[in-house]
Every structure is written in structure tokens, then in C-alpha cells.
Ligand binder design. Structure first.
Ligand SMILES: [Zn+2]
Length: 469
């Protein structure tokens, strides 16, 4: 009996902690919305202040970083000096975790233990929050956010929805109190998207969470019942939801359809626009290491949260890549989360910054597209093919609902789930053409129709599987 009493008490405390954290997030909102209209000079001044503060913080509190930034004077440094700092990767983070973390008494061992025992509760060491990410490097990454850092990561991204929600407010729907949110995402996990949407769900108007693991047939009646104003889901679910809408099984009229966590191909975006013409189709890129961007209200790309992070697109040798060009990866510096400082951390996402100012009027750097990850490239000897090229042939097949493109020694094997027959001759010919255009001789394309495609622990569908996997 006593044990049960403790459990109830603990649950109540966690709920109170979440509610307080949500209230804190809401208190940050006016400031973050205000920042959307900042000029370039305001953004730069803020970045300089935040960069200096980060340097002072790690010099005082993070022994591993302190050694690496000892040659920089925080009082005189500007973000341009970042190129003089060493870079780091996930192995550096995980191997030196105890010397990087600044939460008193925190250790990687304890974090790993907590992760194994966690059910639906992610606070650790007081008000800090633990997140884990699979990533493409194989080894999971462990991240700790402080109370303010986690709310900042969420507010930095969520401010991109404000303009799209304004028409609802005009119709008398109170924002955010009455906005119905449905999110099709990961089931209980320590994945950032799950943890943050769990904590930052309005206790009086909770987010309806649906599992990306379930079939479209199960999701559709629930979506019809919820009638969400805001629908969040993975791009890989678009073909299933579109097919259901065309068959009049799914009848919803969302104001915002937000695609997160996976790369959004242009063809999928177009399909979503045609299916929900009255909705804003928004997307952005984010990472467990520090959030990173917010959706452009025009629905065409997204903007770097330059007040919160420094993103440096780089080539294979680590040299800067100019806007308008594709990078091999980025270095990310998190300016706001003090619990586990991240400075020039390599992520293999292929960034293409826009070389023009955005038509929405924002002064924040526009990202034209993130073209998947470098580690997903298919290598055939000296020939490197980005599988997105093969994907174009798949995306134009309206009956394919889900797919995975697997590299084979001489070509690719397409595994898919479909409603009805696909045009195999066209599909095969287009995929072959794509590989031929890279100079691959006599490429071999094979197909396999299956009933169910496996998703990752985070609920995502891996669209590309290089041979190295
Ligand atoms: Zn914009």
C-alpha cells in the first residue's frame, strides 16, 4: 500500500513539473515572437552576447571545453572567431561526457542507467531533462537540457507557426488554449520529439498523440474524430494520408500540416499542398543537439534560429561552404543550453543555404533544403549517388504508400507497400536512368512488394539503406 502511495505521489510531482515547465514555455513566447522581427544588426548583437556567455560558461564549468577554448578571450570574441575553435563529433561527446556536462554530480553512467529504467519520465538531476538520439553514427547520443534550455529549443522552433495560426484566432479559436493538435510520431521513447511534445503539451488542452507505428487504417478514424487544426506527422506518412483523403475515408481540414523529423521531398510537399489546399504546409529541420531552425511561414524552406545556434555548412575537409551550394555536413554550436555545451559539433546533414533574402521578410538565414545525410550516400566504387535521385522515380508512383531504397552491389532494391499495382516498367526504367546518369554501368534494379515496413525506435522510416548498413 505504501509503495503505491509513493508511486502516486511521484506521478503527481512529474505532472506538476511538466505543467510548470509548460507555463515557463508560455512565458517565453512573447520574447521569441518579438525576435522574429529582429533586424540583422539585432541578431548579430545578440549572437555576440550569447557566444561570449557560452565561452565564459565553459571556461568556468566544463573542463573538457575549457582546455579547448583557453586561447580565446570571451570579452573580446565575436561569432566570427568560432573558426579558431576545435570541432567535435558524437564520439568526442560520448567519450568525454563527464567532463563536458556542467550539471553538478551528473555522469554518463547514471544517465545511461536512467535511460534504461525510464518509462515516461525524463527529468533527471532536478529540473534537467534527458534525451537520446539514434542518429546515423550507430551509437546513441545522450543529451541533457537544463530547464530553460529545453523550453528555448521548443520556443525557437514553435514561433514559426504563429503566423499560420493567426487566421484561427480571427475565427475565435483561442491560441494556444483551443487549438486542437494531433501529432503522429514516436511512441514513448527518449527521442527529443517525443519528450518535448510530451512536456510541452498544454495540460488543459493536451496534444492528441498517435503512434507512427500504427497503420493508416487505425489512424484515420481517430484523426476524423479529433478534427485537428494542427497536424504534425512524418513525411513518410503523406502517401497513406493522401490516398485515404482521395478515397474520402479521411476527412479533416487542418490549418497547419507540419512535417518534421525526416527529410521532406518536394514531390511529397506538392502532394500535401494539393490534398489540403487551405492548410499551410510547414517543415523545418531540428536535432537533439540543439533544435536549430523554424519553419518559414511561406511554407517554402525554413530559417536558422541564429539567435540560438551557429550553423556552419562545411565540405568534406571542414572548409566553409557558401550559400547556394550543397555542404557535406555542418558544425553546430548551441548557444543556449548550458547543461551540456555543444561547440562546433559535426552533423552529416547536407545543407543548402539560400543565397537570397527570404520573401517572407525575415532577417534570419534561410535554408533552401536539407538534402538528407552524407552517411546515406550509395557508394559504387568511385561513384557516389545520393539515393534522393532514385527516390524521384518512386515518388511519382501514386499507389506507393511507403518505401525503402536499399543499395545492392550493382544497383538498388526497392521495397514498398502499395495500394494497387505500380507501373513497374516506368519505375524500373527511371531508377536505371538515374544510376546511369552517374556513370554506373548496367545498373540492376529489383522490387519487392511487402505488407509492412519497419520503423525505427523513434517511429521514423529509413528511406535509404546504403550497403554499409
Ligand atoms: Zn521565410
Amino acid at each position: 500500500m505504501e509503495k503505491r502511495g509513493d508511486w502516486t505521489l511521484a506521478e503527481t510531482n512529474i505532472e506538476q513539473q511538466r505543467a510548470a515547465h509548460y507555463a515557463f514555455l508560455i512565458s517565453l513566447t512573447p520574447e521569441f515572437i518579438g525576435r522574429l522581427s529582429w533586424s540583422r544588426a539585432q541578431i548579430e548583437a545578440h549572437r555576440t552576447r550569447a557566444f561570449r556567455e557560452l565561452l565564459r560558461h565553459v571556461q568556468a564549468r566544463s573542463p573538457w571545453h575549457a582546455r579547448r577554448v583557453a586561447h580565446i578571450n570571451p570579452s573580446a570574441a565575436t561569432p566570427a572567431d568560432i573558426v579558431h575553435l576545435p570541432t567535435m563529433n558524437k564520439s568526442d561527446l560520448m567519450e568525454n561526457w563527464d567532463e563536458i556536462v556542467t550539471v553538478p554530480g551528473a555522469s554518463r553512467r547514471e544517465a545511461e542507467q536512467a535511460l534504461r529504467n525510464m518509462t515516461d519520465q525524463f527529468y533527471i538531476w532536478g529540473d534537467n531533462v534527458l534525451l537520446a538520439s539514434g542518429g546515423t553514427g550507430g551509437r546513441p547520443g545522450l543529451f541533457v537540457y537544463d530547464w530553460s534550455g529545453l523550453a528555448t529549443a521548443w520556443a525557437g522552433m514553435a514561433r514559426g507557426f504563429i503566423r499560420s495560426l493567426a487566421p484561427l484566432a480571427k475565427r475565435g479559436v483561442e491560441v494556444p488554449q483551443q487549438v486542437r493538435i494531433a501529432s503522429i510520431a514516436a511512441e514513448k521513447s527518449a527521442h527529443g520529439s517525443y519528450v518535448m511534445s510530451r512536456i510541452f503539451s498544454n495540460p488543459l488542452n493536451p496534444t492528441h498523440r498517435l503512434s507512427a507505428w500504427r497503420s493508416a487504417e487505425e489512424l484515420i478514424p481517430e484523426l476524423n474524430a479529433i478534427q485537428p487544426h494542427f497536424l504534425g506527422c512524418y513525411p513518410s506518412l503523406i502517401p497513406s494520408l493522401v490516398a485515404a483523403t482521395n478515397a474520402r475515408e479521411l476527412e479533416i481540414e487542418p490549418r497547419i500540416v507540419y512535417f518534421g523529423a525526416e527529410h521532406l521531398p518536394d514531390a511529397s510537399r506538392q502532394l500535401a499542398r494539393e490534398t489540403w489546399p487551405r492548410a499551410d504546409i510547414l517543415t523545418c529541420w531540428s536535432t537533439s543537439e540543439g533544435g536549430g531552425t523554424f519553419p518559414c511561414p511561406r511554407g517554402d524552406g525554413f530559417h536558422v534560429c541564429e539567435d540560438l545556434v551557429i550553423i556552419e555548412p562545411v565540405d568534406r575537409a571542414g572548409a566553409p561552404v557558401a550559400p547556394g551550394q550543397r555542404s557535406s555536413g555542418i558544425y553546430l554550436t548551441n548557444l543556449f543550453n548550458k547543461a551540456l555545451p555543444i561547440i562546433r559539433y559535426f552533423i552529416d546533414d547536407i545543407f543548402e543555404l539560400d543565397d537570397q533574402p527570404c520573401a517572407c521578410g525575415s532577417s534570419y538565414q534561410k535554408v533552401r533544403q536539407v538534402h538528407g545525410r552524407s552517411l546515406e550516400m550509395f557508394h559504387y566504387g568511385a561513384i557516389a549517388v545520393h539515393p534522393a535521385t532514385l527516390e524521384l522515380a518512386v515518388l511519382e508512383q501514386p499507389r506507393i504508400l511507403e518505401y525503402q531504397i536499399r543499395q545492392t552491389p550493382r544497383g538498388a532494391h526497392l521495397v514498398y507497400r502499395s495500394k494497387g499495382e505500380v507501373d513497374a516498367a516506368r519505375l524500373s526504367s527511371k531508377m536505371r536512368q538515374a544510376l546511369l546518369s552517374y556513370g554506373l554501368q548496367r545498373p540492376e534494379i529489383t522490387f519487392e512488394k511487402i505488407a509492412l515496413l519497419e520503423r525505427t525506435a523513434a517511429g521514423k522510416l529509413k528511406h535509404y539503406l546504403p550497403l554499409t548498413h
